[in-house]
Design a protein around this ligand. Structure first.
Ligand code: COA
Length: 328
């Protein structure tokens, strides 16, 4: 059986209206714009309005991606939502998104891989298409991380924001199959032994609470640099590529120092790295598709560009994906 191939043919995003700057945050938290900027590169974050849920953000990003792909929900047969902050413990946020989009066919499910959620969802969607089980997939990363932050813990609450990003993958057809466009490969990893460096201290089965984010920042930083560097090498060598062939590094936006260190490792100039951390902060599963969409809208990422996505999150889980954007 010849495996099918998936093309990334559209992306979209949504950010809640309210912006909270470092200065505003420092009025309620013992921190400063100087500390946050120097250690992380973050200047501000978007925060969802009261009553605005992850599925609301996801629907807006999903619609935007469908429009840019020139598609409607009728063309989609699977919705995958990567999120750590679902509206409810169940049903899945993806089924809520499905209903809000007016889609009455196909399937929808959530993926939980925290900040690597988008890479996990991309890999899953790609494999559904490769196996012929889906024709077109709406992949959304959406988070209201502000709801699981301890706003009295300055070591974590300054780092995150809310938002959603989405892409549309569809099966290549005819001559497209022979082209070099589309998802070239995805690479997923996890190591559950490192659970305690980044976790939420609650859950339905453990404490019957939602819990708050807890993190050993320096440990996470150390793991991020080594594991992301390893998975970038893996993605390039799996395709026999040198990092100089990559047009854009679109990394998870957790810390500008981690992003810079990955760019240096790949010997990529700063202009080839898409960074939104200053304005979005860490939006977990939403950060990579948010960054991609920004760079597509402002004209940096063009049809045919080779893009490397990477991300790491609590678990630990991490991964990368190499994609030639668009269609021939
Ligand atoms: N404002 C002011 N001071 C703060 C602060 C804040 N928001 N947060 C921590 N501090 C203080 C600490 O209390 C500590 O003070 P002390 O020296 O008096 O004990 C000092 O700043 C240094 O803290 P430290 O944790 O050593 O800072 P750091 O250089 O490691 O930076 C992070 C902290 C969180 C920015 C950094 O470790 C990091 O980015 N880690 C990776 C996080 C990440 O990527 N998470 C998401 C993965 S998906």
């Amino acid at each position: 059986m010849t495996l099918k191939k998936s093309l990334l043919i559209g992306c979209g995003s949504y950010l809640p209206q309210r912006i909270v700057t470092n200065d505003e945050l420092s009025k309620t938290v013992d921190t400063s714009d100087e500390w946050i900027t120097k250690r992380t590169g973050i200047k501000q974050r978007h925060i969802a309005a009261d009553g605005e849920t992850t599925s609301d953000l996801a629907v807006n990003a999903g619609r935007d991606a469908l429009t840019r792909a020139g598609m409607t929900v009728d063309d989609i047969d699977l919705i995958i939502v990567a999120t750590t902050t679902p509206d409810d413990t169940f049903p899945s946020t993806a089924t809520k998104v499905q209903a809000k989009l007016g889609m009455e066919h196909g399937a929808a499910f959530d993926i939980q891989a925290v900040c690597a959620g988008f890479i996990y969802a991309l890999a899953t969607a790609d494999n559904f298409i490769k196996a012929g089980q889906a024709r077109a997939v709406l992949v959304i990363g959406a988070e209201t991380f502000s709801r699981i932050l301890d706003w009295e813990d300055r070591t974590t609450c300054v780092l995150f924001g809310d938002g959603a990003g989405a892409i549309v993958l569809r099966a290549a057809e005819g001559d497209e199959t022979e082209s070099n466009f589309g998802v070239m490969s995805t690479h997923l990893h996890s190591d559950g032994r490192h659970r305690d460096v980044l976790y939420v201290d609650g859950g339905p089965s453990s404490s019957q609470t939602v819990g708050h984010v807890r993190m050993a920042g320096q440990e996470v930083f150390r793991h991020a640099v080594s594991k992301l560097s390893g998975v970038i090498d893996e993605a390039l060598s799996a395709n026999g590529l040198d990092s100089s062939t990559v047009d854009w590094l679109i990394p998870h936006q957790a810390n500008s120092r981690i992003i810079k260190s990955m760019a240096q490792k790949m010997k990529l100039p700063e202009e080839k790295v898409v960074s939104t951390i200053d304005r979005h902060a860490n939006t977990s599963a939403a950060s990579v598709p948010l960054a991609l969409t920004e760079a597509v809208i402002d004209g940096r990422v063009k049809n045919g560009d080779l893009v490397l996505f990477e991300a790491i999150g609590g678990g630990l889980v991490w991964g990368a994906g190499l994609v030639r954007i668009g269609a021939p």
